[in-house]
Write a protein that binds this ligand. Structure first.
Ligand SMILES: C[S@@+](CC[C@H](N)C(=O)[O-])C[C@H]1O[C@@H](n2cnc3c(N)ncnc32)[C@H](O)[C@@H]1O
Length: 347
């Protein structure tokens, strides 16, 4: 069993089963703190690691919006969970073309990834959470594949009503079990009375982060672009998954040694942002958004500049936009200040 697994086993033996969000938080904190999981030799590959086009188009989106908002002073580039810093480096190159060189504020808890980010972004400042950001200036914020790693609770429908899904340890193995009853008011009306065994996922932590982002945008202006895989409407289903060496793995073994994620509930995130007064755009499929932002033109320009790379560029473009690859499953949603103009890519 992994080191975190042994710790959780002792905790469960001492004080009983823990909730799924607790299990996910401990596992992911250890996982990200101890490695660089990206690329062919790692566990998974994210969009910015596939092609520079992804980060460049995000940078262009932010710069265009900032420009049409009247080029307000003091804007800060903010990224949640910046991985290796690749997206930020590509986005900032595009932003610089608009003659904006914003301070770079990275929200990252992993010491290993902070070191990787510092190599590409020596000018950056780091924060453990969004509440620690400097309090002035509009934000130009990005979160790619961040919210899927934020801990989520799972609620399970039983014959006796909804229950919190807990993680127990039986015979040295982690197993999900039905725990404390959940008051029926906590369940959306459309999902009351489902079949026993159905799972509803909810992430109070993700909602709290979006509320903070939205509050910040309302107070000082700005925009945030959220890209992740997930569903447009709140629904039922167990989406907790682990990925290891580019393959699906069992989320209930070796916590801390594999990435645990859930599909992002965009409807819940949108509601949290609107609740604070932010405007919400999308979500739209990633492929549609990248095409609206001009990925085809950018791919042609890059291929003309490096003809020997044309096949690789075409393959990367297809991976990002094709509906059977990342184009449909991944969604793009934006939050903006009500005083800022209509963002590109969502018409
Ligand atoms: C799947 S990676 C995405 C990386 C990057 N955005 C990309 O697209 O390549 C998740 C990132 O979020 C960070 N992270 C995970 N949980 C976090 C938390 N609670 N607070 C801050 N960063 C977190 C990880 O360390 C990592 O940088």
């Amino acid at each position: 069993m992994s080191r975190i697994g042994e710790r959780l086993q002792r905790l469960i033996a001492a004080s009983g089963p823990i909730c799924v969000a607790h299990y996910m938080a401990e596992a992911n904190a250890h996982y990200y703190a101890t490695r660089d999981p990206f690329g062919a030799g790692g566990d998974f590959t994210t969009a910015p690691e596939i092609s520079q086009m992804f980060g460049e188009l995000i940078g262009l989106w932010l710069a265009d919006l900032w420009d049409r908002a009247g080029r307000p002073l003091g804007a800060r580039y903010v990224e949640l969970g910046p991985g290796r810093g690749t997206l930020a480096a590509d986005a900032l190159r595009a932003i610089l073309k608009a003659e904006l060189e914003p301070p770079v504020e990275l929200v990252e808890t992993s010491p290993a990834l902070r070191r990787a980010q510092a190599e590409r972004l020596p000018q950056a400042a780091w924060h453990n959470d969004i509440a620690a950001l400097p309090e002035d200036g509009p934000i130009l914020a990005v979160a790619n594949e961040f919210f899927d790693a934020v801990p989520a609770r799972q609620l399970v429908a039983t014959e006796a009503g909804w229950r919190e899904r807990l993680v127990a340890c039986e015979g040295g193995r982690f197993v999900p079990v039905a725990g404390n009853p959940i008051p029926s008011e906590a369940i959306p009306p459309a999902l009351q009375g489902l079949r026993a065994g159905e799972i509803l996922e909810t992430s109070p932590a993700a909602g709290a982060i979006v509320r903070q982002l939205a509050r910040r945008i309302i107070m000082h202006g700005g925009a945030a672009l959220i890209v992740d895989y997930g569903h447009v409407r709140t629904g039922v289903g167990d989406t907790l998954q682990a990925v290891s060496a580019h393959d699906y793995a069992d989320p209930w073994i070796e916590p801390g040694e594999r990435d645990l994620t859930v599909h992002v509930d965009f409807e819940a995130l949108a509601a949290a942002a609107r609740d604070q007064g932010a405007r919400v755009h999308g979500p739209v499929p990633q492929g549609q958004w990248l095409q609206a932002m001009g990925i085809d033109l950018r791919a042609s320009a890059l291929s003309r500049a490096s003809p020997e790379q044309a096949r690789a560029i075409a393959a990367a473009r297809a991976r990002l936009v094709a509906p059977d690859q990342m184009g449909e499953l991944f969604k793009v949603m934006a939050l903006t200040s009500p005083d800022w103009p209509e963002p590109a890519g969502f018409q």
